[in-house]
Design a protein around this ligand. Structure first.
Ligand code: AMP
Ligand code: GLY
Length: 426
C-alpha cells in the first residue's frame, strides 16, 4: 500500500525509515520531509496545515495509510477533515480527532480529564485574566517552586517554574495580561511542583486496546548537567533503568488503562499514539502532560527497538484490531545524540554545509532540520541531525552515537556530551 507521513523532523524521518522496511509498503511519501527522508521516500511539498491539499494528494496517489507526526494539524482537526469526506474517511489514519487532541491542545482539559478519571497528577488550579486577582491570592498560599503552564500549544515553551513568589506573580501577570504565549496563555494553570525523575511512556491505541511501546528518557535542556534553557530535546535513551517492571505495572494500571478507558467514556474515538510524560516521584508515577503524538527525539530510540512490521501495527490500530497484538521489542539499548545549530534554542544561522555524513558507518544518522541544495546537504533548523546508536549495553550504544557525532561537522555545530551519563551512574 501507499503511505503518507506528515511532518519534517527527526521523528518523521525515523517513522519513514521503519515504514520503508515494511513488507506492506509500496510507495512512501513524506510531506514535507527533509533531505534525509528523500533517501527512502518521496518528499512532497505540502504544508501540514493545508488539509484540502493533503486530501487531494491522498486521493490522487491511492494513499491507504496516513500517519500524522506533529500535534499541530491534529489539534487543528486534520482527522475530522478526513472523516467529514466520504472519499477520505476510509483511509487508515493515525492520530486523534480534535476531541482527543485536546489532551495536548488544552492543559486545562487534560487536567480535568485526569482528575475525573483518578489518574495521578500534580494538583492545579486554572486562572484567566478575569480571575487574576484570585490567582495572585492563590500564589501567596503556595509552596515554592511552583509551576505555571499556558493552557494551549506554545511550542514546548509554555511552562515556567517559579522559584519564589515574586517570579510567580510576575510570570502570571505576563502570561495572562500581556499574553506572553499569545492565545495559548489566555488560561494559565498554577500547578504543584513534582520532584523526581522524568520518563516518557508511549502507547498506540485503537480506542479500545493498546500496546505499550518501549519507554525512553529525553534530555531537554541545552546545557550539560541539565542546565540552561529548554529545547525540543537534545538526546534520548531507551530502555530506562528506573522503568522497572514493577513501576511500569503501576503506570499501566494507574495511568494507561484509565486514560484509554476515560477517552472511551467521553465518547472520544482515539486511534493513534499517546505520549505520557511522567514524573517518577519516589517510585510512584504522576502524569506531567499528555501529547497526542510520538516524542522527538524519543522516537529516534523507541522505533529502532521495535521488531514488528510497523505498517502492520499501524493498520491494526487504525482498524480497531489491536486486541491480542504482541509487540516484540529488542533487548538492545538505543541512544540518540542531537546535533544542533550554534545559538539554538535562541537565534541561529541556517544554510551551513554539513560534512562527514558518509563517514558515519555503524550509527543511524537521522535527519531533522536539513535540506538538499544541488549536491550539498545544508542545515535548515535548530535541531539538525540525531545520531542513533544501538548496542548490547548503554555504554556501547552511547559510544556508537558519539563516534558518529564526532564525524559530522558544520560551522558552529553543538551537542551535549553527557547524554545517558546520569543513568549510567544511577
Ligand atoms: P511540559 O511542556 O508540560 O512538558 O513541561 C515542560 C517541562 O517542565 C517538563 O518536561 C518538566 O521538566 C517540567 N514540569 C512540568 N510540570 C512540572 C511539574 N508539575 N513539576 C515539576 N516539573 C514540571
Ligand atoms: N521530547 C519531548 C517532546 O517531544 O515533546
Amino acid at each position: 500500500m501507499n503511505v503518507l507521513i506528515i511532518g519534517s523532523g527527526g521523528r518523521e524521518f525515523t517513522m519513514a525509515w521503519k515504514i520503508a522496511q515494511s513488507f506492506h509498503c509500496d510507495q512512501l511519501y513524506v510531506a514535507p520531509g527533509n533531505a534525509g527522508t528523500d533517501l527512502f521516500a518521496e518528499n512532497v511539498e505540502l504544508s501540514m496545515n493545508d488539509f484540502s491539499a493533503i486530501g487531494e494528494f491522498v486521493l490522487q496517489n491511492d494513499i491507504e495509510l496516513v500517519v500524522v507526526g506533529p500535534e499541530e494539524p491534529l489539534v487543528k482537526g486534520i482527522r475530522d477533515y478526513f472523516h467529514a469526506d466520504d472519499r477520505l474517511k476510509t483511509v487508515a489514519f493515525i492520530g486523534p480527532g480534535q476531541d482527543g487532541a485536546q489532551l495536548e491542545g488544552s492543559k486545562d482539559f487534560s487536567k480535568a480529564f485526569m482528575e475525573k478519571y483518578n489518574i495521578p497528577t500534580a494538583k492545579a488550579k486554572t486562572f484567566t485574566v478575569d480571575s487574576i486577582n484570585d490567582g495572585l491570592e492563590y500564589l501567596r498560599k503556595c509552596d515554592f517552586p511552583i509551576v505555571l503552564k499556558a493552557d494551549g500549544l506554545a511550542a514546548g515553551k509554555g511552562v515556567i517554574i517559579a522559584g519564589d513568589l515574586e517570579t510567580a506573580e510576575k510570570s502570571l501577570r505576563s502570561m495572562l495580561v500581556e499574553e506572553q504565549f499569545g492565545e495559548a496563555s489566555r488560561k494559565v494553570l498554577v500547578e504543584e511542583f513534582l520532584a523526581g525523575i522524568e520518563l516518557s511512556v508511549f502507547i498506540l491505541t485503537d480506542g479500545e486496546d493498546f500496546v505499550v511501546l518501549p519507554e525512553a528518557k529525553d534530555y531537554k535542556r541545552i546545557g550539560e548537567g541539565d542546565t540552561g534553557p529548554n529545547t525540543g530535546g537534545m538526546g534520548a535513551v531507551s530502555p530506562v533503568k528506573f522503568a522497572t517492571p514493577g513501576f511500569m505495572e503501576k503506570v499501566k494500571s494507574q495511568v494507561i488503562e484509565p486514560t484509554v478507558q476515560g477517552l472511551k467514556s467521553e465518547g472520544i474515538d482515539y486511534k493513534g499514539f499517546i505520549f505520557i510524560g511522567l514524573m517518577n516521584v519516589a517510585g510512584e508515577p504522576y502524569v506531567i502532560e499528555y501529547n497526542v503524538r510520538m516524542g522527538d527525539p524519543e522516537t529516534q530510540v523507541v522505533i529502532p527497538r521495535i521488531k514488528n512490521d510497523f505498517v502492520e501495527l499501524l493498520i491494526k490500530a487504525a482498524d480497531g484490531k489491536l486486541k491480542g497484538y504482541k509487540l516484540e521489542t529488542s533487548p538492545s539499548f538505543a541512544t540518540t545524540v542531537v546535533l544542533v545549530s550554534g545559538g539554538y534554542p535562541g537565534s541561529y544561522e541556517k544554510n551551513k554545509s554539513i560534512q562527514g555524513l558518509a563517514d558515519v558507518t555503524n550509527a543511524l544518522v537521522i535527519h531533522a532540520g536539513t535540506k538538499q541544495q544541488d549536491y550539498e546537504i545544508l542545515t535548515n533548523g535548530g535541531r539538525v541531525l540525531a545520531v542513533t546508536g544501538i548496542g548490547d549495553t548503554l555504554e556501547e550504544a552511547l559510544k556508537i552515537s558519539y563516534h558518529g557525532a564526532t564525524n559530522i561537522r558544520w560551522e558552529n555545530v553543538y551537542y551535549r556530551k553527557d547524554i545517558g551519563k546520569d543513568i549510567l551512574t544511577l
